[in-house]
Design a protein around this ligand. Sequence first.
Ligand code: F0G
Length: 361
Amino acid sequence: MSVSPRYTGLIDKYRDRLPVRDNTRVISLGEGNTPLIRLHNIPKLIGKDVDIYVKYEGLNPTGSFKDRGMTMAVTKAVEEGSRAIICASTGNTSAAAAAYAARAGITAFVLIPEGKIAMGKLAQAMMYGAIILQIRGNFDEGMELVKQVASEAPVTVVNSINPFRLQGQKTASFEIVEELGAAPDYHCLPVGNAGNITAHWMGYSEYQKAGVSNSLPKMVGYQAAGSAPFLRGHMVDKPETVATAIRIGHPQSWDKAWNVQKESGGWFDELVDEEILQAQRLLAQHEGVFCEPASAASLGGAIRDVKNGRIPEGSKIVCTLTGNGLKDPDTAISQCKNSVLLTIDATLDAVKSGILKNFAQ
Ligand code: F0G
């Protein structure tokens, strides 16, 4: 039996391509190395000859792609002597910041919009021991406050305006190129602050320049219709969507993301909430992959663009599933009213009849 070396996280794996030194103390929870799952049933269902893969970032240690950026941001914060980090968050960044701060033995302050973050994410921030400042306002307001307070207090901002975040997140593209042996034709992502689409483009571009791959994907960003500044062409003040992770009206990487769109020849589009939820259900019920609502915007958008021909048949498509479905059980349960959930007596007869009645399903 050949034994492969133990995987110890993306900084160790991609040390040569990340701004760390040999003696840097790495703060890691084994993030990265997530599965790239080829969809078997959905292409048949839509009757199109396309190769769709989902990069299941929900299998990172805190259940979202944020861990890729957070291992870098917290490693650098600690290296620079910081004792506390701070972020504004729609939930996932706060969970990741809290976990990596716990791992590093420093304090995490997280600003979250009251009542607008999914229950699993709140549970994570609480359990990892973050100091939670719940604001009567939205993410964008929280972000402004974080920027202001960081200029006056000894705390390191770990939102994606921290350049180390994007450095860590670019590694997802490295993994995709290595696994497919080339870049895909299209890479679809949900877009909020637009940090992740920017980071992925950095990763693909870096591998192309280094000769690891010889092509680049078109980058396609999907937003929730109620929170779609890239579609409106300007900032949106009161963003709304069921996909609370991307309930953002003032993206921090606005210019960078427009450059990505232009350089890659991709585009932005929007989905209404019901389309997002439909894609979430489709993926769970036909492929066995459970992502959170925001994540499903990438697949929902890709399916629509395959159906309407904007993404041609024969294409190889990667959709990033940014977060795990378990993060937001309330939204999942509330849209599964037709699930077969029977309460029965604990008798053999009742079980048998429950099976017989539902066998056709
Ligand atoms: N998907 C999920 C599940 C997210 O949590 C986020 C962002 C995005 C997509 C959008 O990524 O901002 O890089 O365009 N969540 C941040 C947070 C804002 O606070 O957790 P982006």
